[in-house]
Design a protein around this ligand. Sequence first.
Ligand code: SF4
Length: 264
Amino acid sequence: MSRREIEKKLKLRGVLAGLRKMYGDVRVPPIRAGAGLDMLVEAMLSQNTNMMNAHRGYRMLRRRFKSWTAVMNAEVGDVQREIAICGLARMRARRLQALLRTIKEGQPRLSIDFLANAPVEEAMEFLLGFFGIGPKTAAFTLLFGLGHSVLPVDNGVLRVVRRLRLVRAKARDLEAERVLSPLIPRGRHYPMHVLLFRHAKERCRVKNPKCGECKLLKLCPHGQRVVRHRPPEIEVGVAEVRERNLRKAEFISAGLVKNGNEDD
Ligand code: SF4
């Protein structure tokens, strides 16, 4: 491991510690059988729509069909109807059924649980081989559905790691995932993702990040610049306000100001 990688590894440790101070610890849930395919389908449904619609579409699909085999063998229109809330439902339904058929080929069970024991790079390649599965969907499936040591990088997480200079300022999601995942200790990818995601929403926002109250400030060149250049807040005390009002009243009574407006 190069010196730079060792420095980044230590920095990531500091980042996780700071995030835990702000938001508390995150318990890693156990992975149950079948979770890989469940996660893959839900992540697919979340493409180009919001998480709430994706989750509702997923729930409706699960309620209507007893198994993924039933989804695979159903009429495309029946699948389409259940996921209509996600938008582009016809295309999604066709793509989902094609994916399920390809996974089933040459296997006794319709499942991707076997990927849990494969090296992470192989598992990633396998998922990226499907039409419509990108690095984000693959990384979410690997971490949340199969328990692999991968850091999924969505827009919020990417913003935070760029600002912390953990990756290049122009790095994209796949690059960030590939650079950072091997530097995070086993078992910490889950809390790291969940806490970075929350941090991006609550403090490290696109506009006006709350750097002054961020426990990562010492590690963050972007935040330090923001704090340095932010104009100091002018605190106007009660006495000062009273003094101003008094002066204004004097001008009004002297006939210099009409209607209480000094610009009149
Ligand atoms: S210091 Fe500011 S920019 Fe840096 S991580 Fe914290 S909130 Fe984001």
